[in-house]
Design a protein around this ligand. Structure first.
Ligand SMILES: *Cc1c(COP(=O)(O)O)cnc(C)c1O
Length: 379
């Protein structure tokens, strides 16, 4: 129950264990085509350029920035946690100029600040933000931010690593031009793949570049000949075939469950966990209206040894949770409820284990209260 990788369903692990086939084998090509359709469903998009980058979410992030940012391009970047900071790095390393809109860690991106930045920088070409900040558990209003960017003629880059499969991600309805996600969060697949999607506007921008993309591996013009719809597929790099089998299966499972059902499941278990946490006296970092169901960050109670609690949970209950990052290091715990890990038995285990560990360390609440609050929430 950390911030990812999440547990992997046995069906996905079984798919991973299939014999490898050549990455240019017709069966593999057919599987990759299906994978693209499944990703379009997950992202709710018709974007032709939708596929899985061979690399973790960070490579997906870099793929978006190195292809869309040309030297000198001004990009408005929102930072309200760790991953917004990485976006700034990406813009700068691609030779762009980052105009940073800062928000307090734990808060959603403030659309008013973004609008002010768009007004002050009429030459800005893009707006970049993190939809679901895994470092804090805050969700930003992607629809509003994207609409603002379009009003000021900016392309929109959104990080959907933690949101995809856990809360609504509606690329086309919201008008997101480029996005990257991860295989190991709410999709509950093996780490190491990054689903990405680019709108027509983004593809036009990439095709109209005056300079070559400085990364050979991530240059979408070259990757396209490999992942593209054209019948002739040319060798670019050896795709991680078995990982793609696994992602295919994870996405089939998501489609079988249905996106609305998956979103509702994340919300249901989040509410049960929240009820239990509140009975334990824990306080959430994020205001209720911006809280991610799949990433529950709560403050470490005063006087409680953060690392010892996490170590005991791992050693005595085989339960992993996440620590705080950056300014929240040592101050918060992050409980993931992502994908296959988002189920009742984990919520039960977590509340019982945490209640016991806290009481063993002298910070207990009467036994059974967290469980009772949880039962009430489930009922
Ligand atoms: C996990 C995560 C990433 C990075 O993904 P990796 O697979 O670890 O490279 C990027 N953005 C967000 C919001 C994340 O949660």
């Amino acid at each position: 129950m950390g911030p990812g990788p999440s547990d992997i369903h046995p069906r996905v692990l079984a798919a991973l264990g299939q014999p490898v086939i050549g990455h240019l084998d017709p069966a593999c090509v057919a599987m990759m085509d299906e994978l693209k359709d499944l990703l379009r469903y997950a992202f709710q998009t018709k974007n032709a350029l939708t596929f899985a980058v061979s690399g973790p979410g960070s490579v997906g992030m870099e793929t978006c920035f190195v292809n869309l940012v040309e030297p000198g391009d001004k990009v408005i970047v929102c930072r309200n946690g760790v991953f917004g900071g990485r976006m700034i790095e990406n813009v700068q390393r691609a030779g762009g100029v980052a105009v940073v809109v800062e928000d307090t860690w734990g808060e959603a991106v403030d659309p008013q600040k973004v609008e002010a930045a768009l007004k002050q920088n009429p030459d800005a070409k893009m707006l970049a933000f993190v939809h679901a900040e895994t470092s804090t558990g805050a969700q930003s209003d992607a629809a509003t931010l994207a609409a603002l960017a379009r009003q000021y003629d900016c392309l929109v880059i959104a990080d959907t690593v933690t949101s995809l499969g856990g809360t609504p991600v509606l690329l086309d309805a919201w008008g997101i031009d480029a996005t990257y996600s991860g295989s190991q969060k709410c999709l509950s697949c093996t780490p190491g793949l990054s689903p990405v999607s680019f709108s027509e506007r983004a593809v036009e921008r990439i095709k109209a570049r005056k300079t070559k993309v400085q990364s050979w591996f991530m240059d979408l013009n070259l990757v396209l000949e490999y992942w593209g719809g054209a019948s002739k597929r040319t060798y670019h790099h050896t795709a991680p075939v078995n990982s793609l089998f696994a992602l295919h299966e994870a996405l089939v499972m998501l489609a079988e469950e249905g996106l609305p059902q998956a979103w509702a499941r994340h919300r249901r278990h989040h509410l049960a966990l929240k009820a239990g946490f509140e009975a334990l006296g824990l306080q959430f970092v994020v205001r209720e209206d911006a809280r991610l169901p799949q990433l529950n960050a709560v403050y470490v109670p005063a006087g409680v040894a953060d690392a010892e609690v996490r170590a005991r949970l791992l050693k005595d209950y085989n339960l992993e949770i996440g620590a705080g990052l950056g300014p929240l290091a040592g101050k918060v715990w992050r409980f993931g409820l992502m994908g296959y890990a988002c189920r009742e038995e984990n919520v039960r285990l977590c509340l019982t284990a945490l209640g016991k560990v806290l009481s063993d360390m002298g910070h207990g609440v009467p036994a059974g209260e967290a469980e009772a609050a949880m039962e009430l929430a489930y009922a």
